[in-house]
Structures are given as structure tokens and as C-alpha cells.
Write a protein that binds this ligand. Structure first.
Ligand SMILES: Cc1cc2nc3c(=O)[nH]c(=O)nc-3n(C[C@H](O)[C@H](O)[C@H](O)COP(=O)(O)OP(=O)(O)OC[C@H]3O[C@@H](n4cnc5c(N)ncnc54)[C@H](O)[C@@H]3O)c2cc1C
Length: 230
């Protein structure tokens, strides 16, 4: 899975100038040039007291490549997100499929909403790998045979599994990203723990690392205040 920050307009200063309009009016524009480190306290206060709207004056566009089952979960995040995804109607889908890595925990225990995952045996890993390879190869062969018989791409794609990779642009702001991270990462600093599927968590972790480099003060305040979106 890959996550690439394609373009952005997102900095701690973008939050500060938006927040200061309430007390400084037009003079708040000066915040854009001021060293944001001097205003770390204001960002902390906004996070702590859940004044969320200043964080919306930012924009980040990511190019995400991940399996369809990750996209199904991802695109449930509706607010403050825009998506454009490659089409299975307008282009032939390429045979790129997800296979869990050797360190993917395979065994699920516990109750729904609070599962614990433990390592699989070597035999289970071999079984998963061989079964997925065979199933994906067979599915792609079926897809190709339908296309060769003249069947439309939009119909033929029905035989492909959710392990198939897709790609999309996903644009968000810092507030909507924080909400996404609060639900799609597991972190001991979280005030409200979440239990996301590991694969979407891997995407979320890659997004978080790139966002943290753009907005270090906001990221630190997010962690300090329980990783909850304001
Ligand atoms: C661990 C985990 C397990 C999950 N399991 C399932 C599952 O089994 N089945 C399933 O269907 N989904 C499941 N989901 C998806 C989940 O229900 C949400 O759809 C998803 O996390 C997006 O969250 P959201 O609605 O808060 O985000 P967004 O859609 O981005 O919304 C952000 C916020 O806006 C507000 N909002 C948005 N829409 C409305 C609305 N219509 N009315 C009122 N307020 C609104 C809410 O405050 C919401 O938190 C799971 C999610 C997680 C993290």
C-alpha cells in the first residue's frame, strides 16, 4: 500500500490566523507570517476545548493505492473528505492483488468490536498465501476471458475480489484527518480506543506521518489531548 502527499496547503499558521479573527479581526492576517511556535498555546487550547473550525482552513491531497476492502472502509468517512477513484468502467483493471505480509497477525480472538489478533502458524501463512494467489489468479483469468468474449468492463469486473488494488485521490483538512486517525489507528494515547483493521491502519499511519511533518504543533496537541478530533 502506498500513500503519497500530492499537494497541500496546510500549516499550523493556517490554524492560527483563522482562530485569531475572532479577537483580532483583519489584523489576524499577520499571523500567517508570524512564527507559529510562539502560538503553540493557542493551538493547544483549540484542541483541548474542541474549537474545531480553525483546523478546517487547511487542505491535503493524498494519492492512495490500496485494496478495495480498504477503500470500502475509507470512503465511509464522508465529512471533510473528497474522493476520486480509478474507474473499472473506463479502463481495464490491472491484476494487482493484496497479499498479507509475513508479519500480519492472522488469528482473531475475542468479541466483536474488541478483537485481539495473534500470530498465525507457518502453515496458516502458507495456506493464506497459496489460497489468495490461486483465487486472485483464477478471478483475473475469468475477468480476462469475459473481456475477450466482448463483455463490457463494467460487467466483467464483478468476478474480481476485494483484494484487488485501486487508487484514489483523497483530499481532507486537518480536522477531518484527525477524526479519521482517531478511528483508524490504535494508540495508547487515545482517550477513546479504536480497533481498526490493520490494513486501513497502515494507510492511516502513512497519512499521519506526512501530516505531522506539515503541522507539528497541531499533531503534538492532537496526541496530548487524547487523539480526538476537535
Ligand atoms: C473499528 C471500526 C469498525 C466499524 N465497523 C463497522 C461495521 O461493522 N459496519 C458499518 O457499517 N460500519 C462500520 N464502521 C464504520 C463507522 O460506522 C463509520 O461509518 C466510519 O467510521 C466513519 O465515521 P464517521 O461517520 O464518524 O465519519 P464521517 O462520515 O466523516 O462523519 C464525521 C462526523 O460528522 C457527523 N455526521 C456525519 N454524518 C452524519 C449524519 N448523517 N447524521 C449526524 N451526524 C453526522 C458525526 O459527528 C460524524 O462523527 C466501523 C468503523 C470503525 C472505526
Amino acid at each position: 500500500m502506498t500513500v503519497e502527499l500530492i499537494k497541500h496547503s496546510a500549516s499550523d499558521a493556517d490554524v492560527l490566523f483563522a482562530a485569531r479573527v475572532s479577537t483580532a479581526g483583519e489584523e489576524s492576517r499577520a499571523e500567517l507570517e508570524r512564527d507559529p511556535q510562539r502560538s503553540a498555546g493557542l493551538i493547544n487550547y483549540l484542541l483541548r476545548d474542541r474549537h474545531g473550525s480553525p483546523f478546517e482552513h487547511t487542505s491535503m491531497t493524498f494519492l492512495v493505492s490500496a485494496p478495495l476492502f480498504v477503500f470500502r472502509e475509507f470512503q465511509r468517512h464522508r465529512i471533510g473528505w473528497s474522493y476520486n477513484e480509478e474507474s473499472g468502467r473506463y479502463r481495464e483493471l490491472q491484476p494487482v492483488f493484496y497479499l498479507p505480509a509475513a508479519d500480519r497477525r492472522l488469528v482473531q480472538r475475542g468479541r466483536p468490536g474488541h478483537y485481539e489478533f495473534t500470530a498465525g502458524t507457518e502453515a496458516q501463512h502458507r495456506l493464506v498465501d497459496a489460497t489468495l494467489r490461486r483465487s486472485c489468479t483464477d478471478a483475473h483469468a475469468a475477468y480476462r476471458s469475459l473481456l475477450e468474449a466482448g463483455v463490457a468492463r463494467e460487467v466483467a469486473r464483478a468476478v474480481l475480489p476485494t483484494a484487488l488494488y485501486s487508487s484514489m485521490y483523497a483530499t481532507c483538512n486537518a480536522r477531518s484527518l484527525m477524526h479519521f486517525l482517531s478511528l483508524r489507528t490504535q494508540d495508547e494515547r487515545a482517550a477513546v480506543p479504536s480497533f481498526p483493521q490493520r490494513e486501513i491502519e497502515m494507510v492511516a499511519e502513512a497519512m499521519e506521518a506526512q501530516w505531522a511533518a506539515l503541522m507539528p504543533l497541531t499533531h503534538a496537541a492532537f496526541n496530548a489531548h487524547g487523539r480526538t478530533a476537535p
